[in-house]
Design a protein around this ligand. Sequence first.
Ligand code: HEC
Ligand code: HEC
Length: 260
Amino acid sequence: MRKFVSFGLCGVLIVGFILLTQAQMSDKAQLGRELFHDPTFKGTIKPGNRSGFATGLSCANCHADFDDTANPDGLIRAGHSVVGVPHRGEAKGGMIKGADFARAAGGGGFCYEHFLQRVPGDKVNPTAIPAEHAEALMAYFEVISGDNKGPEFEIAMLDDDAKKAAGEKIAAMSGDPSNGWGLFGRACIVCHPAANKSGIGPQLVRSRAPRDIDKTMVRWATKIRGGGSLMPFYAPDILSNQDIADILAFLRQEIESTKK
Ligand code: HEC
Ligand code: HEC
């Protein structure tokens, strides 16, 4: 009996110890964790529908805060995991570096203005995020990263011609609509709740079909690879050309079947 009691006691102590060590996230990192999931940034972003106001998106909508290459949850996010951000030292293909890197939350300051507040890309100041919030996000990224350098990727900034060329190439490929539906569900539903419903993004499939579907497919492929005003771009390591061709085949099928 006594043995059991001391075993029990030991167990309680061990569990307590594990809980204590896990609870060691600093207040700053804990704030960063909450900001990462909060489209209002703790109420500091105002509600509304214009530039400088909340879009309803949070960082977590487009970035995993865990290693989603090693342990995928099945969702496809436009941005890469933020695991490893503190190890990168520069962001936006070298456009954000030096002291600006930490001040811009490792590049997240760009997303903070552009995707959370609809500030047009050419007007964004990546270091305009409040210093206290940038520090909190970086503290959180450090906790979740440890030594993990995160995914390796290169971001090629495409100009308009390169986006169009990529769109034309993809639209000429044939795709698998049922695979495309699965990809659409995992990647796009966060902003396009269904092909025939609008959300943060517009309704894609309407009762009246576009006049020239082939031309629309080129425009859409260009948008998915190149991004839009608020629509994020999808890099080739996140959605391959074939993936996008499959999504387009699905959307084409939906257009054909709703066409009057
Ligand atoms: C609508 C989607 C979207 C939202 C919301 C978003 N991001 Fe991003 N973010 C991207 C994309 C796309 C990139 C560029 C590609 C990449 O780095 O994965 C990017 C880039 C980044 C990078 C830099 C990666 C690099 O080296 O270029 C960081 C860090 C980052 N985001 C953090 C954040 C934080 C923090 C938030 C919340 C304030 C946020 N993002 C919100 C889509 C988004
Ligand atoms: C973070 C939100 C978001 C995500 C995620 C997103 N979109 Fe969008 N999408 C938008 C917004 C907003 C627009 C309209 C304006 C713009 O940004 O260009 C748009 C526009 C589009 C358009 C152009 C519609 C037209 O007729 O002009 C297409 C096509 C599209 N999205 C497809 C997709 C697909 C496919 C995915 C998934 C791979 C996706 N979107 C993911 C927000 C999003």
